[in-house]
Write a protein that binds this ligand. Structure first.
Ligand SMILES: Cc1cc2nc3c(=O)[nH]c(=O)nc-3n(C[C@H](O)[C@H](O)[C@H](O)COP(=O)(O)OP(=O)(O)OC[C@H]3O[C@@H](n4cnc5c(N)ncnc54)[C@H](O)[C@@H]3O)c2cc1C
Length: 231
C-alpha cells in the first residue's frame, strides 16, 4: 500500500468525476489494470473499492481515475468529496484485463465509466504509433450529456485506425447509434467476419449479456472474449 495525492480533478459528465493522482515514485502498472482504494469508514472498519486506471503510464508518474457517483455509495461519495491535495491509500496495480496480444482487430465495448481501461489501452497503443489492426470502441451511456472523453476519442480516431461510436439508451435529438450496446454487436463483429477480439467493461448485467450474445449468437470462442466487471 502507498498514498497517492490528488493533484487535479474535473467533472466529465453529470455524476462522473475524473481525479488525477500522484502516487509517488516507482508506481508501475499496465494499461487496463486497476487499483484498490482505502475508503475511511465513518463507523467500524475501513472499506476498499477498486477503480480502473483511466490513463496509460505517464512520464510524470501520475494517473487518472474516472468515478461514477453511486447514490449513498461510500466509496464513490468519498472520492467525489476529496479536496485537492488529499491523500488516498491505494494498492499496487492489479488485474489481467490488459491487451497482451494485438494480433487481430479489436472491439471494445464499454458502458459508463467502463470506458476507463479502454482510455488507458488506447493511450498506450497511441504512444506506440500506428495501430496494427483496426479498433472499434463502442460506448453506451444514457444521454448525450453522459458521454465520457468523447472529444479525446474523436481526435484519436482522426489519427489512428480507430472507429469510435456512442450508443444512447435514452436519446433525444441524436443521429448516432441508439439502444443498448448489445444491439450493435452483430454489426461490429460482422465487420471482421468474427475474426476479432472483444473486450468488455462495465456492470455485470451488461457484461454477462454481451458475453452470451458473442458466444451463443455470434459464434465467438471464449479465447476471443475478455471482460472486466465492476460489480
Ligand atoms: C476491477 C474493478 C474496477 C472498477 N473500476 C471502476 C471505475 O473505474 N470507475 C467507477 O466508477 N467504478 C469502478 N468500479 C466500481 C467501484 O469499485 C465501486 O463498486 C463503485 O464506486 C461503487 O462503490 P460505492 O462504495 O460508492 O457504492 P456501493 O454501496 O458499494 O454500491 C455498489 C453498487 O454500485 C453500482 N456501481 C458500481 N460501480 C458502478 C459504476 N461505475 N457505475 C454505476 N453504478 C455502479 C453497482 O450496482 C453496485 O452494486 C470498479 C470495480 C471493479 C471490481
Amino acid at each position: 500500500m502507498r498514498t497517492a495525492k490528488l493533484l487535479r480533478s474535473r467533472i466529465l459528465a453529470p455524476g462522473v468525476r475524473e481525479l488525477t493522482f500522484d502516487p509517488g515514485p516507482d508506481f508501475e502498472f499496465e494499461a487496463g489494470q486497476w487499483i484498490s482504494c482505502r475508503i475511511p469508514a465513518t463507523y467500524g472498519e475501513d472499506l476498499a473499492r477498486s477503480y480502473s486506471l483511466a490513463s496509460a503510464p505517464r512520464a510524470d508518474g501520475t494517473f487518472d481515475l474516472a468515478v461514477t457517483r453511486v447514490d449513498e455509495g461510500p466509496g464513490s461519495t468519498y472520492l467525489h468529496s476529496l479536496d485537492l491535495g488529499a491523500e488516498v491509500t491505494i494498492s499496487r496495480a492489479q488485474g489481467f484485463f490488459t491487451m497482451d496480444e494485438f494480433e487481430r482487430p479489436a472491439i471494445m465495448i464499454a458502458t459508463g465509466t467502463g470506458i476507463s481501461p479502454f482510455r488507458a489501452m488506447l493511450q498506450a497503443l497511441d504512444a506506440q504509433g500506428a495501430f496494427p489492426y483496426p479498433v472499434c470502441l463502442l460506448l453506451g451511456v444514457r444521454t448525450e450529456k453522459d458521454i465520457l472523453y468523447g472529444d479525446e476519442f474523436e481526435a484519436l480516431a482522426r489519427q489512428r485506425n480507430l472507429d469510435f461510436s456512442v450508443t444512447l439508451s435514452q436519446p433525444s435529438q441524436w443521429s448516432g447509434r441508439r439502444g443498448y450496446v448489445q444491439t450493435h454487436l452483430p454489426e461490429l463483429v460482422g465487420r471482421f467476419q468474427g475474426q476479432c477480439d472483444v473486450y468488455i467493461c462495465g456492470l455485470s448485467k451488461m457484461v454477462k449479456d454481451v458475453r452470451r450474445i458473442l458466444k451463443e449468437e455470434l459464434g465467438l470462442t471464449k479465447h476471443q472474449i475478455h471482460s472486466e466487471r465492476y460489480d
